[in-house]
Design a protein around this ligand. Structure first.
Ligand SMILES: Nc1ncnc2c1ncn2[C@@H]1O[C@H](COP(=O)(O)OP(=O)(O)OP(=O)(O)O)[C@@H](O)[C@H]1O
Ligand SMILES: [Mg+2]
Length: 340
C-alpha cells in the first residue's frame, strides 16, 4: 500500500496535560482520510504536529515517506494546511492575500499568477477576488483559506474542522471540492466531530478519543464490526420504567435480539441490537402486543459511526461532547468564583 501520511506512536504533552498518548494511523495516497473525535480528543494537536507547527514528545510522522521531524521543510512543502480558526488579514482583498501567500511559498511570479486565477475560478471566488476579506461571509473565507493552502500544489491537504460555522450549502460546496481534489490525486486529511461529514466524505477514518486511536478502518468496516442492526422502540411517548423493563424481559427471549439497553434520557426508549431478520420488527411488535403493550414507535437502522464510538467508549459521541462542555463550564465557573 502506498501511504501519503504515516503517523506512528505519536505522543504530546502540554505540562501536566497529556494531549496525545498514542496516535497511530496511515492515510493511503489519493484518498480522503478522516479524524473523528469529540472536543479535546487530540485532533488539532495531531495535525499541528504533522504540519510541523508543534513538536511531538515521541513517535514518527511521515509525509510522502519524508520525516516531518527530521526534514520539516521538505515535509512542509508537501503539505497544505487549513487551520481550525483562521485570522485572515481583513484589510487585504482575496487576490492580495493569495499573492502574499504565493510569495511566502517562493512561487515564481508567472506560476503564482496562474495558480491564483485557477484556484479563484475553481472555488467560485472570481467575483469576490477584489473585495476586502473583512466583507467576506464565513463560507467565502473558508474557500479563500482553502485556495491559500493549495497554492503550492501540496500532495496532502490537511483541513481542521473545515465545516464548523458553515451553512449547509457552503458545506456541500466544500465537500464537492474535496472530492474533486481526491479525483485529481490529492490526499486529504480532514478532522471533524460531525459523524455524517466523515461518513459521507472519508474513504477511511480513525476515531480518536483521549489522545488515542480507538478504531480505524473504512466507515463500512467499522460499522460491520459493531454487529447487527439497531432498533429503537417506545411503548408510549414517555414510557414508565417498569413498563420498559417488562418489555425488556419479553424481548430478551427473542432469539434474534442480541442486546437491549434502556435509555432513560428520552423517555425510556428501548435500544435493541438485532441480527438481520426480515420479519424481526413484526415479531417484536406481536410479542409486546400479546402482553398488552402496544407500540408508540419503532425504527430500525444500520449501525452508524456513533454506534462504533459507543461500542469503543461506552458513550455516544454526543454524550462525550456534552460531558466535555459541562466540564469546561464547571472549570470556567470555578475560575470565576476564584477571581470574584
Ligand atoms: N497549547 C496547549 N496548551 C495546553 N493544553 C493544550 C494545548 N493545546 C491543546 N491542549 C489540550 O490537549 C488536548 C487535545 O486538544 P486538541 O485541541 O488537540 O483537541 P481537538 O480534538 O482538536 O478538540 P476540538 O474538537 O475542540 O478542536 C485537550 O485536552 C486540550 O486542552
Ligand atoms: Mg481541534
Amino acid at each position: 500500500m502506498d501511504y501519503a501520511v504515516v503517523i506512528q506512536g505519536l505522543q504530546k504533552r502540554y505540562g501536566a496535560v497529556t494531549a496525545l498518548r498514542d496516535i497511530t494511523l496511515a492515510a493511503p495516497r489519493g484518498e480522503i482520510y478522516g479524524l473523528l473525535g469529540p472536543n479535546g480528543a487530540g485532533k488539532t494537536t495531531t495535525i499541528r504536529c504533522l504540519c510541523t507547527l508543534s513538536k511531538p514528545d515521541g513517535g514518527r510522522l511521515e509525509v510522502d515517506g519524508i520525516s516531518a521531524i527530521d526534514q520539516p521543510r521538505e515535509a512542509r512543502r508537501r503539505l497544505g494546511y487549513v487551520a481550525q480558526e483562521v485570522a485572515l488579514d481583513k484589510i487585504l482583498t482575496g487576490r492580495e492575500l493569495l499573492r502574499l501567500q504565493a510569495a511566502l511559498y517562493h512561487l515564481p511570479r508567472p506560476l503564482a499568477q496562474e495558480r491564483i486565477e485557477t484556484l479563484l475560478t475553481q472555488l467560485g471566488l472570481q467575483d469576490y477576488a477584489n473585495q476586502k476579506i473583512g466583507a467576506y461571509s464565513g463560507g467565502l473565507r473558508k474557500r479563500l483559506d482553502l485556495a491559500a493552502g493549495l497554492l503550492h500544489q501540496p500532495s496532502v491537504l490537511v483541513l481542521d474542522e473545515p465545516s464548523v460555522g458553515l451553512d449547509i450549502e457552503s458545506r456541500f460546496i466544500l465537500w464537492a471540492f474535496l472530492r474533486q481534489l481526491r479525483q485529481n490525486g490529492t490526499t486529504v486529511l480532514i478532522t471533524s466531530h460531525y459523524l455524517e461529514e466523515i461518513d459521507a466524505l472519508a474513504d477511511r477514518l480513525a476515531i480518536i478519543d483521549k489522545g488515542r486511536v480507538i478504531a480505524e478502518g473504512t466507515p463500512q468496516e467499522l460499522k460491520n464490526r459493531v454487529g447487527g442492526d439497531r432498533v429503537a422502540l417506545k411503548i408510549r411517548e414517555f414510557t414508565p420504567l417498569e413498563e420498559a423493563q417488562k418489555a425488556e424481559v419479553l424481548l430478551k427471549s427473542l432469539p434474534f435480539v442480541e442486546e437491549i439497553i434502556i435509555n432513560g434520557a428520552q423517555g425510556n426508549t428501548l435500544n435493541l441490537i438485532v441480527r438481520a431478520k426480515s420479519n424481526g420488527l413484526s415479531q417484536i411488535e406481536q410479542t409486546l402486543l400479546n402482553q398488552g403493550l402496544p407500540l408508540f414507535s419503532l425504527a430500525q437502522s444500520r449501525p452508524s459511526l456513533d454506534d462504533v464510538y459507543l461500542a469503543a467508549t461506552g458513550q455516544t459521541l454526543l454524550d462525550a461532547e456534552l460531558a466535555g462542555a459541562a466540564q469546561r463550564d464547571l472549570k470556567a465557573e470555578k475560575k470565576q468564583a476564584m477571581t470574584a
